[in-house]
Design a protein. Structure first.
Length: 175
């Protein structure tokens, strides 16, 4: 009888341990899922940048870079082609970085880019998860297109086509 009681107690302990493990794992994974799904920049949403006069800029290409991002540096040839196209279209380019404006300007110039509008912005405040991120924002501050990460040639072409579809600044001002 004592042996049966001992076996029953051991089985009960094992069952409780298994149930407790399952509960702990579910809670841990649920917490991890919440962290993974934090908000991100998306088309159709307004880009939260206080103090920016989107109407005055017309359509704007916002490029999020960081001096610590090797993908940003490796993408410099694409960004040169992009800035040349934006220049031809007289479209506005805004480069946002977590580093200081001075450090950002030096970095951008080191990449060979001509950009007058470099801003220091905490990227999380813009819902940008990582760099590089590129977004086309309309005159109301609404994101029309967004691309994240280092782009493959097909995606670079997609960006260039989207930029060519953006009305030129002169056309926006005439509306």
């Amino acid at each position: 009888m004592a042996r049966k009681l001992e076996i029953a107690a051991n089985v009960a302990i094992i069952v409780v341990a298994v149930i407790a493990s399952i509960v702990l794992v579910r809670n841990y994974m649920a917490r991890g899922a919440v962290k993974m799904t934090r908000e991100q920049i998306a088309t159709g949403n307004k880009l939260p940048m206080p103090g920016v006069e989107w109407q005055a800029n017309g359509n704007t290409v916002v490029l999020a870079l960081s001096t610590n991002c090797h993908y940003c540096s490796e993408s410099a040839p694409f960004y040169k082609r992009l800035t040349a196209e934006l220049s031809r279209r007289r479209a506005h380019l805004m480069i946002v970085m977590p580093q200081s404006i001075e450090e950002g300007r030096k970095y951008v110039e080191g990449l060979g880019l001509q950009a007058a509008d470099v801003r220091q912005v905490p990227l999380r405040a813009l819902k940008i998860r990582g760099t590089p991120t590129l977004a086309i924002v309309d005159g109301d501050g609404v994101v029309r297109n967004v691309w994240e990460g280092m782009l493959q040639p097909e995606r670079e072409q997609e960006v260039m086509e989207a930029v060519r579809d953006v009305p030129a600044a002169a056309a926006v001002a005439q509306r």
